[in-house]
Design a protein around this ligand. Sequence first.
Ligand code: NAD
Length: 295
Amino acid sequence: MSARIIDGKAIAKEIRAEIKQRVEQMAVRHGMRPGLAVILVGKDPASEVYVRGKIADCKEVGIQSELIELPVEVTQAELLRRIDALNADPAVHGILVQLPLPGHIEMRSILERISVEKDVDGFHLYNVGGLITGDTIFPPCTPYGVQKLLDHEGIDVEGRNVVVVGASNIVGKPLAVMLMQKDATVCICHKKTRDLAQFTILADILVVAAGVPGLIVPQMIRTGTVVIDVGINRLPDGRITGDVDFEGVRQKASYITPVPGGVGPMTRAMLLHNTILSAERTLGERPKSFKLSAL
Ligand code: NAD
């Protein structure tokens, strides 16, 4: 068996094209465009690359973006003041604070200050809590991107065994909860899990977000498993790789995502999706929240 490779880059391109149309319609009908504000604190090279990518994506689809670059020594009070100003600005529909923040800034207070109606990253406690009740304003972008990939390929999770490797607040945990809302049977593994393979072997769908290159090898999965690799790791030679032994596992899996070109572009696309959704809500064109089970 050789797996079908899920082309996240192509699917994300389709999503961006659809968003671009919605943005143009909004400009014609209402004379406005969605606005995304991105706050970048300091000069972390990886964060700078991510932020520039997000700004370029906005440009491509016609979303107005504003990059607010602040020095690494910015105070918590100043950062909160900036967020308050963006919360009050009707031209801003989405606010994103690029993580990680410097150590002297209390991350949770910053994320909680963002208006829940503008929390397009989905990291505000209200949105995180909404995942549990099944009714949220913005799902977080990476888990949402994974769900969209599965939908696009017609992979139904209902009643299937889904194993999520990685239990972080931004990927593993929210994804597990979102898949539960769709009636998957979900198992979450993490670095303290003993004998990871005894769990992964049960997976109909395996999602890996651990940040460990080569963690998943063919012996750990059943023939026909759907494998979604969220990991992004830079090898010493500069290459980017996921958490899955791609060449080995693709011989056994039914579907597999490549790295790069799988989940990464979807994460970026879902940020744009959340931003247009937010703008459409201000026009009363979309409900204020939605059921995760219906996503
Ligand atoms: P994290 O470090 O916050 O969490 C990693 C999780 O994996 C933890 O729960 C940890 O317990 C678990 N883990 C670590 N080693 C393990 C092991 N040997 N066996 C089982 N579980 C193990 O990381 P994160 O922010 O969730 O990111 C995870 C990976 O996903 C990273 O490679 C990151 O770069 C990538 N990522 C990709 C995207 C994307 O858009 N594709 C978005 C976010 C993160």
